[in-house]
Design a protein around this ligand. Structure first.
Ligand code: AMP
Length: 242
């Protein structure tokens, strides 16, 4: 059995931070469609040029494009023992495509982090990312007003000056647009998952550490096993592949 996890919830709920930590602690890749697209924009690739304006407006890029990216990423060998998806699926068509992609790969656990809109706006306005490597400031356990001087994430980040910047789609007006799209297109899709036995909800107003614990407990309960066995699951799967 693989450890397939989908993080659901609005922008600013803490999906990225929690996905990153869960993936690291369990030895599986975090696949964030937002990060993949931001990297493409940063590098000026053809994909980046195609999605830049849409992202800056806070709108969704086309289903076909994003489904192709995720399909390719999830079929790489490192995702065979499991993955943590962050930012995908966001529409009913994407959810359906994910079902197809994972049909033969064991259960997919879906965890929704719930946070009220006003708290999301407050959080997102204070969010910072490293302009150089794209790392989220909060992934390092810091709030925006108490950031370390350097990002420290890559050699390049360690050797140059501070690079923390606000995401271009984190301004208040764009965040409100993203929330509108979330409630219109993405939240109804979550209903599609909510009847499944592997669906769980977490209160995102708790501290990041409490959310982390709740996430591990939710995944373990969805798989019907103690939390301590989750890592063994990945190790066994990787062993069987080798
Ligand atoms: P995120 O970092 O997940 O908030 O994503 C940032 C932006 O990337 C979104 O506002 C969209 O423009 C785009 N994006 C990321 N994931 C998706 C997706 N699954 N479907 C469509 N657009 C996406």
């Amino acid at each position: 059995m693989a450890l397939n996890l989908v993080m659901l919830g609005p922008p600013g709920a803490g999906k990225g931070t929690q996905a990153e930590r869960f993936a690291r602690e369990h030895g599986i890749p975090k696949v964030s469609t937002g990060d993949i697209l931001r990297e493409a924009v940063h590098s000026g690739s053809e994909l980046g040029r195609a999605v830049k304006t849409v992202m800056e407006r806070g709108e969704l890029v086309g289903d076909e494009l994003i489904i192709g990216i995720v399909r390719e990423r999830l079929t790489r060998p490192d995702a065979m023992a499991g993955f943590v998806l962050d930012g995908f699926p966001r529409t009913a068509a994407q959810a359906k495509a994910l079902d197809e992609i994972t049909a033969t790969r064991g259960p997919v656990i879906c965890v929704e982090i719930q946070v009220p809109d006003e708290e999301l706006v407050r959080r997102v306005r204070g969010r910072r990312v490293c302009d150089d490597c794209g790392a989220n400031a909060d992934a390092f356990g810091h709030k925006a007003d108490e950031l370390p001087e350097l990002c420290q994430n890559t050699e390049r980040c360690r050797s140059i000056g501070p690079k923390w910047v606000a995401r271009s789609d984190d301004s208040e007006s764009v965040v409100r647009e993203r929330l509108k799209i979330y409630w219109r297109d993405t939240r109804p899709m979550i209903e599609y998952y909510s009847a499944r036995p592997t669906f769980r909800v977490i209160d995102g107003l708790q501290s990041p550490e409490q959310v982390r614990e709740a996430l591990v407990a939710a995944v373990a309960s969805a798989l019907g096993m103690p939390a301590s066995q989750l890592r063994t699951l990945v190790a066994k799967k990787l062993g069987a592949q080798a």
